[in-house]
Design a binder for this molecule. Sequence first.
Ligand SMILES: Cc1cc2nc3c(=O)[nH]c(=O)nc-3n(C[C@@H](O)[C@H](O)[C@H](O)COP(=O)(O)OP(=O)(O)OC[C@H]3O[C@@H](n4cnc5c(N)ncnc54)[C@H](O)[C@@H]3O)c2cc1C
Length: 379
Amino acid sequence: MQGFALYPFDPPGDIAALRTDLRDWLAANQPQSDVVARANCWASFDASFSRALGAAGYVGMTLPTQYGGSDRHPLERYVVIEELLAAGAPVGAHWIADRQTGPLILRYGSEEQRQRYLPGIAAGELYACIGLSEPGAGSDLAAVRTTARETAEGWRINGQKIWTTGAHFSHIMLALVRTEEGSERNAGLSQLLIDLDTPGITIRPIIDMAGHHDFNEVFFDDVLVPHGALVGERGQGWKQVTAELGLERSGPERYLSSHALLVALIDAAGPEPDPAITTLIGELTAEIWTLRQLSMSTAAKLAAGEDPMVEASVVKELGNAFEQDMPRRVQAIVTSGWDDENDLAKLLRALLIASPSFSLRGGTREVIRGIIARGLGLR
Ligand SMILES: Cc1cc2nc3c(=O)[nH]c(=O)nc-3n(C[C@@H](O)[C@H](O)[C@H](O)COP(=O)(O)OP(=O)(O)OC[C@H]3O[C@@H](n4cnc5c(N)ncnc54)[C@H](O)[C@@H]3O)c2cc1C
């Protein structure tokens, strides 16, 4: 790759009507919540909202109807996600299952796995978590040490995962494990779909510095899962995970985490804002518009069946830089006091604490830049 391939974002159907229908639905169904819960809302858990969203056909949109999905185009789903995030809807419960576990099961899973898991995912009732990181293998996933040995009864799993978002409320984990004894680096890895109520699994909370319980440590102590838990091909886990990461890195969630702050800044600025605030709003708007074009182009490439690994990484890196810088740029010019209880001050406090994590989740900055450099032929 020598440049950023721009693909036209051209979803089928009446997109204006899709947006209007969803906005009307949200006006009737979105729970009233605090402005802070609306920011970074893809971490907000609300089971009844997820179920209602599923019943309305806005979860599992790209899954075939035979598995409970709506067989919609991936770019229609993109539009829906964008609306949900901009509205601050609490989509955290089903988020990972809808974004990556469902599509991955459809692509690599067995027919039995599809029938067993996809309808629940499309209904917004079955939640999933991602079992990649380990204490000794965070950014370096090829160092994964959790093992699964094939026995007559099934796979026996031993090891530990860490930073597992939502493991405490999820039904399943899609885990990257070492299935070939003595294998090294990215060879010999496979993906297993693990029901989290299987005996031998211990889930321990990790509380983050904002006091939230999103993360967990997950321990596997001689856990036995059936042969049918293997997803895709044995030994092809690395390739499958890489495909999964493409889905994780380029969506609108990569630049909209601080969006509520921009809205609050515009609201607080009033009709005749200070020139410095006008300039900042103009700059932020221009930047977010550009990021949106890059993200939509990457979504279009993904929808065309191509692998936008490098483009997705560019969106993640630039999007994270934007959403991470925004709270600091706003803090530098607003006069609101630290203890104020207006929306702007509340959001600023919350985002200044949360934003360092934005460039870690989904792949750290250094690793993402390494992927981009390799894609550009620079390394
Ligand atoms: C909000 C959030 C949610 C997350 N959710 C999940 C989840 O659901 N499931 C999951 O599996 N993980 C999850 N993670 C974890 C994952 O994204 C980690 O951030 C990642 O695995 C980092 O691991 P580590 O802490 O061991 O750091 P390390 O890998 O030790 O990295 C430490 C530092 O060294 C740098 N570094 C490491 N290797 C290299 C290299 N080869 N070249 C250059 N620099 C390097 C890193 O970029 C980083 O700055 C989440 C993280 C966050 C912040």
